[in-house]
Design a protein around this ligand. Structure first.
Ligand code: HEM
Ligand code: MG
Length: 328
């Protein structure tokens, strides 16, 4: 059913979010969890339905309330994910794998596979999840966690901070170039990879702390256990992917891909990068979304158009005109 995005929160102060109304519970066997430690945690505390099946408004509200994600980032990221991984008709999306609970599927080639779906939003060179090529792109990966710890020890004196983020981000790209013949690192993944590397600093540090240093026990609580550290306070102000540009600038990499063999990374000049943010939007709509929905009709078309309108609205780029993949 049609639904408008919710308003921003009126209270944006640091506050206890591991509270009595949101007790942690382990997910049950049918509950969906996936590649995003933020949303997994929100579901396991009941800020999202514990089933892991949610509407865009629920995801926007939960990320704002539970983590103080800023309104624009919460809405832009949510509609991006929803357009490619959610069910436009029922307005439901799985934060993990494909689920019957999102309702009857629209016609193929639409996938409606939830956030685990590879290469529409989820992508390669994640910090704590392996590349889809290796078979599991969504569960916590202990070996990768050990690399996260190693880099935090080497560059952050045992904490994860923005210096560690820059080094680990670059290392994960090098890992994938050297080991994954199908490594792909083009937009939107090119942009989201850097953004997500800032998220542990921007969201997983207790809101009463101001030093930008994430304790590794706290990091593990989010990444592996999908759980707020005991007594956790969300951050003191709305925030999004602040710091991404600096991470990218620390070790510049062009968007690109391996060519079917390892160590064959080739830049792709048609991909968006940080200097071509409008192109991220245009390619996402005209290639990714249109690829899934080549010719939608009726209520499906109406629902997609609504979500595309929201996606463009929260892109918040006045110089980037809206595009209409099926005409206006
Ligand atoms: C990764 C979706 C909000 C933290 C991801 C991924 C998806 C996703 C699909 C997998 C990308 C990949 O690594 O291949 C979303 C959506 C959100 C959202 C739709 C709605 C606003 C958040 C929030 C946080 C967060 C609020 C932090 C509190 C992370 C982190 C990763 C990630 C740290 C990287 C995991 C890793 O590299 O191991 N997210 N996310 N996300 N997300 Fe979210
Ligand atoms: Mg990934």
């Amino acid at each position: 059913p049609p639904e408008n995005p919710p308003p921003a929160q009126s209270d944006t102060s640091a506050k206890l979010v591991d509270d009595a109304d949101h007790p942690w519970q382990a997910p049950g066997p049918d509950d969906m969890r996936g590649p995003c430690p933020g949303l997994n945690t929100l579901a396991s505390h009941g800020y999202l339905p514990r089933s892991g099946i949610a509407t865009p408004a629920q995801i926007i509200n939960a990320t704002m309330l539970g983590f103080n994600m800023d309104e624009q980032t919460a809405k832009f990221v949510t509609y991006a994910a929803f357009l490619v991984d959610g069910n436009p008709i029922t307005n439901l999306m799985s934060i993990g794998g494909k689920s019957g609970l999102t309702g009857e599927d629209p016609p193929q080639p639409a996938i409606v596979g939830g956030l685990n779906t590879h290469s529409v939003f989820e992508g390669d060179a994640s910090m704590t999840r392996a590349d889809a090529f290796f078979g599991d792109n969504h569960n916590f990966n202990q070996t990768l966690w050990e690399e996260f710890v190693d880099f935090s020890n080497r560059y952050g004196a045992g904490k994860y901070n923005m210096t560690v983020a820059a080094e680990l981000r670059f290392q994960r790209i090098q890992d994938s170039i050297a080991t994954n013949p199908e490594f792909s690192f083009v937009s939107p993944r090119f942009i989201t990879a850097y953004a997500e590397s800032t998220f542990p600093v921007n969201f997983f540090i207790d809101g009463r702390q101001t030093d930008g240093q994430l304790d590794l026990d706290d990091a593990l609580s989010f990444f592996r256990d999908m759980r707020f550290p005991s007594g956790f306070f969300r951050g003191p102000k709305p925030i999004g992917a602040e710091g991404s540009d600096e991470l990218a600038a620390a070790h510049p990499v062009a968007p690109g891909a391996n060519n079917g063999t390892v160590n064959s990374y080739t830049p792709d000049p048609t991909s968006a990068d940080f200097s071509k943010f409008c192109l991220l939007y245009v390619n996402f709509v005209n290639q990714t979304v249109k690829g899934l929905y080549p010719n939608p009709t009726g209520i499906l078309r109406e629902a997609l158009d609504r979500n595309l309108n929201f996606f463009h609205e929260f892109l918040n780029a006045p110089d980037c005109p809206q595009v209409f993949p099926w005409g206006q």
